[in-house]
Design a protein. Sequence first.
Length: 393
Amino acid sequence: MKIALTCPASLPATQFGGILFLCIDIAREIAKKNHNMTIYTTDLDFGNGTNLFNRKLPITEKYDGFTIRRSHVYSKIKLFFVNPGIYMQIKKDMPDLIHVVGIRSFQAIVGAVISKLHNIPLVVSDQGGLLTHPDFEGNKIISFLYRLQEPFIKFIIKQARKIIVANEYEEKIFSAYCDKSKMSLVRNGINFENISSSSFDFKKKYKIKGKMILFVGRFNKVKGIDLLLDAYVEICKLREFDDVILAILGVDFGYQNEMMEKIIDLKIESRVRVIQKPPREDLIAAYHACEFAVLPSRWEMSPLTPLEVFSCKKTVISTDAYGIPYVVIDGKNGLLVPPNNPKKITESIITLLNDVNMRNRLGYEGFKMVENECNSKNMAKQILQVYSSILNK
C-alpha cells in the first residue's frame, strides 16, 4: 500500500505535541510491514522558535523507514498553518489512501479535496476534540475564526471512509456529525521501548536534590499550570516536604510570562525549576527521575503524556475532564481530581508523597496498560487493518 499521512507538523518540531508523534509512530510501524508511508507536512521548526518555518529543512527526507515531505508555510492563524505546496506533492505522488491527522488543519482540508477530486479513500484521525476545545469559550475573535472551520470539518467527515477515534468520548463527539458505523475505535499508543530507559541522570544534570514532582506540557493555561502552582505552594508550607522540587518542562504557548510571574508572586521560585524547550532525551530522563507527574489539564482529548509517564513505571495525578479518564483510570493507574480544584490536587500530591507503595502500584499498572494495549505497535496494527478493510473492498 502507498499511504499519505498529513499532519500540521513533523520532525524536527517535536515540541508541537501529540499528533506529531502519533503520525511518526503510525508511519514507522506500518513501514516495517513493507508499505510505502509518507508524511506530508510543513517546515515548522520548533527547536529554533515556536513560530519559525525553516526553508533550510529538506523538502524530502527519509527517516526510520518512511518519508517526510515538507512544504513552506506562507501564513498562519494560531496553529492553522497554510502550506499550499502540499497539494501538488500529494497529487503528484497519487497515494492509494490518504490519512489526515488533525481535522482542524489546512493539511486535512487539502487531503479531503484531493480525496474527492481523485477518488482516493480518506481516513481521518482528529485528537483535537472538534469544537469542544476551551478556546471556543474564550476570545470571541478566535472563537469566530474556529467556527468558520465547521463547514470544512463537515466536508472532511463526509468525505471520509473511516473516522478513527481514540476513545469513547471522542466517539460521542463525532456522533453529532456521522453515524457510529463510520468510526473505528483505536486507542492511542506510544513507542514505549524508546522511553523505558534513560541515558543520564536528570537530577544530576539540573542540580536537583531531593524528591521531584513533574509537569510536562505546553505552557498554556488550558494545561492547568496555574492550578498546579496554587496546589504546590501549599506543599511548600509543609516542613516534611522541604526536599520536594517541582520541575516544569515545556514550550511557551502563550502562558509562559504569566506563569513565571505567578511563581515569583507565590514566592516559590527556589522550589520550582522551569526548563523551556527541553530536548526529547531530557523529557525522558525527567520521567524516570520524578516521583510522579501532575497534569491538571482543563481539557484533553486522549493525552499521550500520561502514557509516556506510565512507560517509566511512574504514576500521574490528572483531572476527570473530557477524555482524560479513558487514559488515567482513577485508583488503578493514577489519581483523578475535579477540574479547577487546587485543593484536591494538593491532597493527591500529599497522598502520593506519603505512600511509595501506592506510587509503585499505580505506576506498574500504567506500565502494563502501555505494554499490553496503548503502544505504537498495537495502534499501527489496528490502523493497518482499517486501511486494508477499505482498500480490499
